[in-house]
Write a protein that binds this ligand. Structure first.
Ligand code: C2E
Ligand code: MG
Ligand code: MG
Length: 737
């Protein structure tokens, strides 16, 4: 049969060998599929255009750039070994031989081509034995489709999915996709951990089916339902409770919208807020509490006071505020270290809390200052009673590591009925009252009264006046002599400062020394006193020099033992420059260090313990004398005397005063004198006002005495004259005391 004999347009086609052949050739020439027939020796007999195309694509994939000039005829008679890499060719030939041997086809198998450069394209291949009509195998036929693009796209999809999964699993949030029926469709690793069961058990179930707690299910469901209806993001929070404690969770839910806007469900991200909540509450606690004692701090107190004031507006009544300041706490802190101080403060806080009712506010303002704000007071007396309870609460000794400490406090109480008052004012008023309690001798309660505020204002006014007075030099010194109780000779004089106030006249030191200390004026004032006393001593000596006026005092040898005693505040000793100032005053005035005695109070010494010790050691090394002033009014601890190198002990006036009184046997004073002597100190009895007292202090073996009975503080001229008289008399007999 010949094709040219047929009229394609009019004639009906009959499927015969000829037409089959035509169809086959047409198919082979047009299809993209690689179709081939091979003989028993696996040689190509016939290939489709697709085989040629596959081969060209394969070469391209390998990187070949030149155009391959191939046609189906180029395959005929060749095997895969001739056309492809030997390994691959051999594999395919083996495959075909197996098919021919077994007669079994291979259907739609995904194969991967390998080239010298590594893995190549992907093919879906079917191969079958080629049989004649009698069933004899003549070779093989194969049909193969290049699926590289699809497979690579699929692989890319898988890769992206894995990447996405890794991203999801690395999220600290538990992420889940819910179907529109609110069943889990996807969960990340964190969600698996949160739900506590493997993903397989979770997927396809609802929260309720997973047995989550009804509260959680309720909260989550409400959020999910809202997202489904509003198609908007929604956030909910819930807490879970377990043996380990309470955990807080935040869930953010967003609609899972398809590109076409269809709602595919909800995506939720659940975050563990526990740490954040804990941190927040710690911060909130810290912001309002004192870290040492756990009491409320100033900020919280002010808030409470403001609340109490606001209440006052609604329910007229009164509020009270107790300002509690420990007495001499700094002494313990400095002498015993902060660790001890801190423990004592903690104990004080707990005692205050015990004294107060649960509903009262107890706060620590800082340092040794506490405030009690009772919830309810009926009047001033009520507040006063609470304050006495506080004092009593502190009475029992504090024991720390077996050591006992006694603490007292000064308490200022303010009672207020005015809702217009503010917390700052109340605190200030209570502070003013507390300050008054300190001034009145500590360990006591003072009720605030507006005149106290005037008193405080007055102190401020006085302080600025005092500062100006130092600049203007409105001070002068008087000198109180002290005498030997042995031979009645004049031993020395104590310089005592006076303020020549332009309006108020002469102001005694009791009125301004503590003020000068408090307002930081003491160093300037003290330096002036030291310089002036030394200058005066030098002046008396030079007055005595031959030809220097009428004064009979001889310089040098005749008054070498005369001692100038200068009072020094502990604040001055704390100044690093102090030793230098003393040395300068001595050398400028050519005074021997042994002629200068610095008087310091025991309280002052202990308050500035560490620095005092160093300064006093340096002064002692220089040869300057040190006297412990007002002994008996402070701690009266002889142990301290050994720590500091003290030359002289000045027994306070209050002790001497008692000596004259009936029933006083002076045993304490006698004991102190004996101890001082044992420690190598000499003893001065201060404030001797009567002959009786003088006799007693002599009996008690005091070395020297000072007091109005012997001499009042004298002006420099009077003192100079006394010195002259005394020295000239000393040539003869000692003056009668
Ligand atoms: P003090 O150092 O104990 O000085 C003795 C005080 O007792 C002086 O008071 C003195 O006048 C007074 N006095 C002396 N004998 C008697 C007596 O028999 N009876 C009575 N009732 N009083 C007597 P003054 O001068 O008022 O000084 C008071 C305190 O002021 C001093 O006590 C001292 O601590 C301090 N002071 C005085 N001058 C200075 C100074 O220049 N610097 C410093 N830091 N403090 C000073
Ligand atoms: Mg003194
Ligand atoms: Mg004294």
């Amino acid at each position: 049969m010949h094709t040219d004999d047929r009229d394609v347009g009019s004639q009906e086609l009959v499927w015969d060998d000829h037409i089959a052949n035509v169809c086959l050739r047409n198919l082979f020439a047009s299809t993209n599929q690689a179709i081939y027939f091979k003989d028993l020796n696996c040689r190509f007999m016939f290939v489709s255009r697709g085989v040629v195309q596959h081969t060209i694509d394969r070469e391209r994939r390998k990187g070949s750039t030149h155009d391959l000039d191939l046609g189906p005829e180029d395959f005929v008679g060749k095997t895969d070994m001739d056309l492809f890499e030997p390994g691959l060719g051999l594999e395919w030939i083996a495959e075909e031989q197996r098919i021919m041997e077994t007669g079994e086809a291979m259907v739609d198998v995904l194969e991967r081509d390998t080239t010298f450069d590594g893995p190549g394209g992907w093919y879906r291949t079917s191969k079958a034995p080629l049989r004649d009509d009698d069933g004899n195998i003549l070779g093989t036929l194969g049909i193969s489709r290049d699926v590289t693009v699809e497979i690579e796209a699929q692989q890319e999809l898988l890769r992206r999915e894995a990447q996405l999964r890794a991203v999801l699993d690395s999220s600290p949030d538990a992420i889940a996709c819910y179907s529109p029926e609110l069943r889990y469709e996807m969960v990340n690793a964190k969600a698996v951990a949160l739900l506590g069961m493997p993903a397989e058990q979770v997927l396809g179930r609802t929260d309720a089916e997973l047995g989550r707690s009804p509260e959680v299910v309720g909260t989550v469901l409400e959020g999910l339902a809202r997202v489904l209806t509003t198609r908007e993001m929604c956030e909910v929070e819930y807490a879970t409770h377990s043996e380990g404690g309470t955990n807080f969770w935040h869930v953010r839910m967003v609609p899972n919208l398809a590109a076409d806007g269809a709602l595919n469900g909800v995506i939720s991200a659940t975050r563990d807020l526990t740490e954040l909540k804990v941190a927040q509450s710690v911060l909130a606690h810290q912001a309002l509490h004192d870290p040492l004692t756990g009491l409320l701090n100033r900020l919280a107190l002010i808030d409470r006071v403001n609340h109490a004031l606001a209440d006052l507006e609604r329910n007229p009544g009164r509020i009270a505020l107790l300002f509690v300041d420990l007495d001499n706490f700094k002494v313990i802190n400095d002498a015993r270290g902060h660790a001890v101080g801190d423990q004592l403060l903690i104990e004080v806080a707990s005692r205050l809390a015990q004294v107060a009712r649960r509903s009262d506010t107890v706060a620590r303002l800082g340092g040794d200052e506490f405030v009690v704000l009772p919830e309810h007071v009926t009047g001033s007396y009520d507040a006063y009673l609470l304050a006495t309870r506080v004092l009593r609460g502190l009475e029992k000794p504090f024991v720390y590591r077996g050591e006992r400490f006694r603490l007292t406090a000064s308490i200022g109480v303010v009672v207020n009925t005015d809702p217009e008052a503010n917390a700052g004012d109340l605190l200030r008023d209570a502070d003013v009252a507390m300050y008054r309690a300190k001034e009145k001798g500590r360990d006591r309660i003072e009720m605030f009264h507006p005149t106290l505020r005037d008193h405080a204002n007055e102190r401020h006014r006085l302080a600025s006046e005092l500062r100006r007075a130092v600049e203007k030099g409105q001070f002068f010194l008087v000198y109180q002599p002290f005498f030997s109780l042995g031979d009645h000779s004049l031993i020395g004089a104590e310089a005592l400062v006076r303020w020549q106030h332009p309006e108020d006249g002469v102001v005694p030191p009791a009125k301004f020394i503590s003020l000068a200390e408090e307002f930081g004026i003491i160093n300037a004032l003290g330096t002036w006193v030291l310089d002036e006393a030394c200058r005066q001593l030098a002046q008396w000596a030079s007055d005595d020099s031959p030809g220097a006026g009428a004064g009979p005092i001889m310089p040098g040898p005749r008054m070498p033992g005369f001692i100038m005693a200068v009072n020094v505040s502990a604040r001055q000793l704390g100044e690093p420059a102090f030793v230098g100032l003393v040395a300068a005053a001595l050398s400028t005035n050519h005074i021997s260090p042994a002629q200068l005695c610095l008087e310091i109070t025991e309280t002052g010494m202990i308050e500035e313990f560490e620095r005092c010790r160093e300064t006093l050691a340096a002064l002692s090394a220089m040869g300057v004398r040190i006297a412990l002033d007002d002994f008996g009014t402070g701690y009266s601890s002889l142990a301290h005397l050994r720590t500091f190198r003290v030359n002289t002990l000045k027994i306070d006036r209050s002790f001497v005063e008692q000596l004259g009184a009936e029933g006083s046997d002076g045993a304490i004073v006698a004991g102190v004198v004996a101890m001082a002597h044992a420690l190598g100190m000499d003893v001065v009895a201060e404030g001797v006002e009567t002959g009786e007292q003088l006799r007693k202090v002599m009996d008690m073996d005091c070395d020297n005495a000072q007091g109005f009975f012997l001499a009042r503080p004298l002006t420099s001229e009077m003192m100079g004259r006394l010195l002259a008289d005394h020295l000239s008399a000393a040539v003869g007999a000692p003056p009668a005391l």
